[in-house]
Ligand binder design. Structure first.
Ligand code: ASP
Ligand code: MG
Length: 417
C-alpha cells in the first residue's frame, strides 16, 4: 500500500483536481491512501474567519465566498454527483451553524473546529472527481483514525490508539485495489473534538497514516520536482538532491528547508518507509527519495536562508556570568511563549539567540527586559550551509555584515545583516 499526499497548491482549482486524477491513474493496481490538504489558500481564508468570529465580527461574506468557490469546483469536476453536492452543502451548513453560535471561549479550540473544514471540503471534491473518472475510492474522515491529545493547533498524536483504529481500516474498504481519500492536518481528541497538527501539517498526516498502515512508501506530490540543495525560487543554479538519508533530510528541515514538514520524517524513519518527493506537473521527472541510505549525503553543499530574523542578546543587569540559573530562567520564558530558538551562542556575560521576528518574539523581548538587559538586531538573515565549502560561504556572505558565525564539521551558520 502506498500513501500519496497532495498539498493545497496541487488542488487549488478544478484543473488541479483533474490533474490529481491523472497522477493517480497509472497506479491502477495499487492500494492507495490519498491524503489531501485544503484547496489553495482555503486555510488562510478560514483563519481569517476564525479571527472575525472570535472578535464577534461578521463572517458571512468570507463564508459565502468559500462556499461558492468549492461548490463551483465540485460542479466542474463531478457535475453528475448529486450525493456529493448534497454532502458538501451539508458540510457548509454545519460550519454556518457553528459560526452562528457563541465561541467556546478557547480560541485555539475554535480555530481547529473551524479550520478543519477546509480539508473536509477538498477531500469530498477529490473523492467525487475520482469516482466520476472511474477511480473507485472510499472517503474516510481522518478524525475517526488519528487520535490526538488536546493541544489545539499543534496536537500530539496518540500512536497506540490511532494504531488500533487504523488496524481495520483497509479491510473495511470495499473493492480492489483499495483506495482511500482522507484529510491531512486534522485529527480528534478522546472527547471527539477536532484538533489540528499545526500549519502545513498534511505531510505529517501522510507519515502518520503510512506508519499506522505499514505502507511501502509515501509520495509527496509537489509543484517542484524534488528536494533541492537550495530554494530554486531564489537561486538560479540549484541542484536536485536525488537521494538523501532521513538524517540529512531531518537536519535540512530543522534548519528551515521548507520542502517537507519537520515532523514528517521521524515516523517514516522508525519503520524505514521511503519518502518520495515528486512533481505533480511532471510525472516523468525522477524526484527525490529519502530513506535510510546515507552514501550520497555529503556530496554537495546545501544552503537554507531564513529571513526576518531577530538576533537577541541577553545580559544580566549586574553583569553576573550567564550561569545555569540564568539560562534555565531564560529558556522557561522562551518555552512559555512558544518561541523557537534557531541558533544560540553564549559568552561570559551575554547569551545570544536568533528567532523568527513575530509578535510572540516581540512580547518575549519585553518579558525578558524585566530581568535582563536586552538588545536586538532586526531584519537579519540566518544562513545555514550543510556540507559547506569555502566558495559557497564566500558567495553567500559577500557584502554582508556577519554578526555571528558558527561552524561544526558538517554545518556552517551565519547571522548576517
Ligand atoms: N491546509 C493546512 C495548511 O495550509 C495543512 C497543509 O496544507 O498541510 O496549513
Ligand atoms: Mg495548505
Amino acid at each position: 500500500m502506498k500513501v500519496f499526499k497532495f498539498g493545497g497548491a496541487s488542488v487549488r482549482d478544478a484543473e488541479g483536481v483533474r490533474n490529481l486524477a491523472r497522477v493517480v491513474k497509472p497506479y491502477a493496481l495499487d492500494d492507495l491512501v490519498i491524503i489531501v490538504s485544503a484547496m489553495g489558500k482555503t486555510t488562510n481564508a478560514l483563519e481569517a474567519i476564525v479571527w472575525s468570529y472570535c472578535d464577534g465580527r461578521d463572517t458571512k461574506a468570507m463564508f459565502e465566498a468559500l462556499r461558492r468557490d468549492h461548490l463551483a469546483v465540485l460542479a466542474e469536476v463531478a457535475p453528475e454527483d448529486i450525493a456529493a453536492a448534497a454532502e458538501l452543502v451539508l458540510n457548509f451548513d454545519s460550519l454556518r451553524t457553528l459560526l452562528e453560535k457563541p465561541t467556546v471561549g478557547n480560541v485555539d479550540r475554535d480555530y481547529d473546529g473551524i479550520v478543519a473544514f477546509g480539508e473536509v471540503w477538498s477531500t469530498l471534491i477529490v473523492s467525487a472527481h475520482l469516482k466520476a473518472m472511474g477511480i473507485g475510492n472510499a472517503w474516510v474522515d481522518a478524525r475517526t483514525i488519528i487520535r490526538t491529545d488536546e493541544q489545539y493547533r499543534r496536537a500530539g498524536v496518540d500512536w497506540s490508539t490511532s494504531e488500533r483504529r487504523a488496524s481495520t481500516l483497509l479491510s473495511e474498504v470495499e473493492g480492489t485495489p483499495k483506495r482511500i481519500v482522507t484529510q491531512g492536518f486534522i485529527g480528534a481528541s478522546s472527547e471527539g473534538t477536532t484538533t489540528t497538527l499545526g500549519r502545513e501539517g498534511s505531510d505529517f498526516s501522510a507519515a502518520i497514516f503510512a506508519y499506522l498502515l505499514d505502507a511501502e512508501s509515501v509520495t509527496i506530490w509537489k509543484d517542484v520536482p524534488g528536494m533541492f540543495n537550495a530554494d530554486p525560487n531564489r537561486f538560479p543554479d540549484t541542484k536536485l538532491l536525488g537521494h538523501i538519508s532521513y538524517r540529512e533530510a531531518i537536519e535540512l528541515s530543522y534548519f528551515g528547508a521548507s520542502v517537507i514538514h519537520p515532523r514528517t520524517l521521524q515516523p517514516l524513519q522508525k519503520k524505514q518507509i521511503p519518502l518520495y518527493v515528486r512533481s505533480f506537473k511532471d510525472m516523468a521527472a525522477p524526484g527525490s527519495v529519502i530513506d535510510a541510505h546515507s552514501e550520497n549525503d555529503s556530496l554537495i553543499p546545501s544552503f537554507i536562508i531564513k529571513s526576518k530574523q531577530l538576533l537577541i542578546s541577553i545580559t544580566p543587569r549586574d553583569l553576573s556570568f550567564i550561569v545555569e540559573e540564568n539560562l534555565s530562567d531564560i529558556f522557561k520564558l522562551f518555552a512559555k511563549r512558544n518561541v523557537r530558538i534557531d541558533l544560540m551562542q553564549n559568552s561570559a556575560v551575554a547569551f545570544s539567540v536568533v528567532v523568527d521576528d513575530s509578535p510572540r518574539s516581540r512580547e518575549l523581548i519585553d518579558a525578558l527586559g524585566q530581568a535582563y538587559e536586552v538588545r536586538y538586531n532586526e531584519s537579519c538573515e540566518l544562513i545555514t550551509v550543510r556540507h559547506y565549502d569555502e566558495a559557497t560561504l564566500v558567495r553567500l556572505t559577500a557584502n554582508r555584515e556577519v554578526l555571528v558565525e558558527q561552524r561544526s564539521r558538517s554545518t556552517a551558520r551565519f547571522v548576517v545583516h
